[in-house]
Design a protein. Structure first.
Lengths: 315, 268
């Protein structure tokens, strides 16, 4: 068995005159998380739909665990799980009924399907809600149940289309943890996201697509190095100390210090990583600079796009 | 080799039935949990029944016999056809909510989602037709045919509604959203139901409309159900009506079953 779970070669798909996907190729290693990153309308969902047999590519090939998505579509469906942007679950059924239904559609016996449903409800912290209809579920609970439904058959390859879009931060982190656990147990995950931090946290390898084409590919570290570094922002209490603060930070020689007099703020890209942060605080303290606010921020997806493509993402 | 193919086809059929039953179960749970779905599909025909019996009925000439006896078989066919609209609406809803995507990503039989939905709607029709019969009885309707004829009429009603559910399923698969499915659902049903023998004898219509009304499958089915339920028609005439209705049912299914399944497979 090869160690490549997904092989995509030159996939193309048009809708009328709109070329949604214009030749996308990539490989996904087994047991890793692969992030497909891009703005709205970049073609992420179209790629996922082609890989999960919901849509046929116009050109190109794709294989999941060695099965061709066109010729062996049925076999592909036996090894994949899919959780989409919308919680694709039946509102009028209970959580357990939804999972049992999916299990039976995978041709499990009723006993096996029920046992699997109970197992998943427990794993996803929904055991108490299992016998309630979905009308009583919160958005985060629905999304968790949707993810549970995609795992009924213990898929070896899991597709997640913007799994955390529209979720509150707490549910988002809970979902990240679940995805992390799945991968540590050997599942291959391909996920799409609009959030750089999500791809950064979850993915071993990221491909950035824009207007239906791959514009960048690499590990999160490689990409971040290419799209720019994290930025340390310091706001000081007293404008009279701005020169002292500036020279304190410059003395570290870590990066180009920029001064914003309007906001009483200094910013410095962290070219050599986080190690500079405590040094910066110490240097400011020694110079008796009073700090009002201190923030670390990632370059935004917009900034990343700008530095990679020279244009802002078209939303 | 042949044996293997036979076995593979047999397995596929067994799974189609199993998958369809799972989907039937899902849809039936919906009707139990959301009884308003059932109520909506019965209130309208009951209103039509009362409206035509008490308001328009006195002005409509249908020959000898009580108008309610003429009307109820028509209303039953109308109920079966209107009920079919919900098939398309339900599927459009599943499509919009992403449920169809989930089903399409599963290694299940391709036609099971549609079969499950249409069969569940047929089972709902059993309930609705019995209820309409009960209401009809309260306001004076009496079955005058033999028991076996009445059962035949009942089966024809269910099958006719089932056939129209597949037309509706085709429309549902073509609709981009629930509202479109609702509007499209009524547009084609309306002329079929009103330019027919549901409420009035087609002889009372102008020639051009009468030509349409006479070949209208709704008229053909109403004639068959009426003849079976009321008797008093020569046996050859009744069986001609019944065969014509069956021919329509088979014809509609032959066209729209494959069409709907095709759309389900490729819909994006």
């Amino acid at each position: 068995m090869s160690d490549t779970a997904i092989v995509v070669r030159d996939l193309k798909k048009s809708f009328g005159s709109v070329q949604a996907v214009r030749g996308v190729s990539f490989d996904v290693q087994r047991g890793t998380v692969f992030g497909l990153l891009g703005p709205n309308g970049a073609g992420k969902t179209t790629v996922i739909r082609m890989l999960t047999t919901l849509m046929q590519p116009d050109e190109g090939t794709a294989k999941i665990e060695g099965y061709d998505v066109i010729k062996d579509a049925h076999a592909v469906r036996t090894v994949i799980g899919l959780a989409g942007q919308y919680a694709a679950v039946d509102e009028t059924l209970t959580g357990r009924e939804n999972l049992v239904m999916v299990g039976r559609l995978y041709h499990m016996g009723i006993k096996a399907a029920t046992a699997r449903a109970d197992e998943l409800l427990w794993e996803f912290g929904l055991e108490d809600a299992g016998d309630r209809t979905l009308q009583t579920y919160s958005g985060g609970m629905r999304r968790r149940l949707d993810l549970a439904a995609s795992l009924v058959n213990r898929p070896s390859v899991l597709f997640l289309d913007e799994p955390t879009t529209g979720l509150d931060p707490q549910s988002r982190i809970a979902l990240w943890k679940i995805i992390h656990d799945l991968v540590s147990r050997g599942t291959t995950v391909l996920l799409t996201t609009q959030y750089l931090d999500e791809a950064d946290y979850l993915a071993n390898h990221i491909v950035i697509i824009d207007q239906g084409r791959v514009i960048e590919s690499g590990t999160p570290e490689e990409l971040k190095a290419r799209v720019g570094n994290d930025v340390l922002e310091v706001r000081i209490k007293n404008i009279s100390q701005i020169n002292a603060a500036t020279s304190a930070l410059r003395s570290l020689g870590a990066g180009n210090v920029r001064v914003d007099l309007m906001l009483n703020q200094l910013s410095m890209p962290l070219e050599n990583g986080m190690g500079v942060v405590p040094k910066a605080i110490r240097a400011l303290d020694i110079a008796h600079v009073e700090i009002d606010d201190l923030t670390l921020r990632h370059p935004t997806l917009d900034e990343a796009f700008l530095s990679l493509t020279g244009h802002s993402p078209r939303i | 080799m042949m044996h293997k193919i036979h076995k593979a086809l047999g397995d596929r059929f067994v799974w189609l039935v199993a998958d369809a039953l799972t989907m039937v179960e899902r849809n039936m749970i919906r009707y139990v949990r959301l009884p308003q779905l059932l109520v909506f599909s019965t209130i309208q025909p009951v209103m039509f029944l009362l409206l035509f019996t008490y308001v328009f009925g006195g002005a409509i000439q249908t020959g000898s016999g009580e108008y309610i006896n003429y009307l109820l078989p028509g209303i039953l066919v109308q109920t079966a056809v209107f009920g079919a609209i919900t098939t398309g609406i339900g599927l459009a809803e599943d499509l919009a909510k992403g449920l169809i995507d989930r089903f399409r990503s599963l290694p299940m039989a391709r036609s099971a989602v549609l079969a499950g939905r249409t069969i569940a709607d047929m089972m709902r029709n059993i309930f609705v037709v019995l209820l309409m019969l009960a209401v009809g009885y309260l306001i004076g309707f009496r079955l005058e045919g033999t028991l076996s004829d009445s059962i035949t009429a009942f089966m024809l009603l269910l099958l006719f509604g089932f056939a129209f559910s597949w037309v509706s399923a085709t429309i549902g698969m073509l609709s981009k959203n629930v509202e479109t499915a609702q509007v499209l659902g009524f547009i084609w049903v309306f002329p079929l139901v009103f330019a027919s023998a549901v409420f009035v004898p087609v002889e009372s219509m102008p020639t051009w409309l009468r030509t349409f009304a006479e070949i209208n499958p709704v008229t053909v089915t109403v004639d068959a159900v009426r003849a079976l339920a009321l008797g008093g028609v020569p046996d050859e005439t009744t069986s001609r009506y019944v065969w014509a209705t069956l021919a329509y049912i088979v014809g509609i299914l032959a066209v729209f079953m494959p069409l709907a399944v095709r759309l389900y497979r490729r819909s994006v």
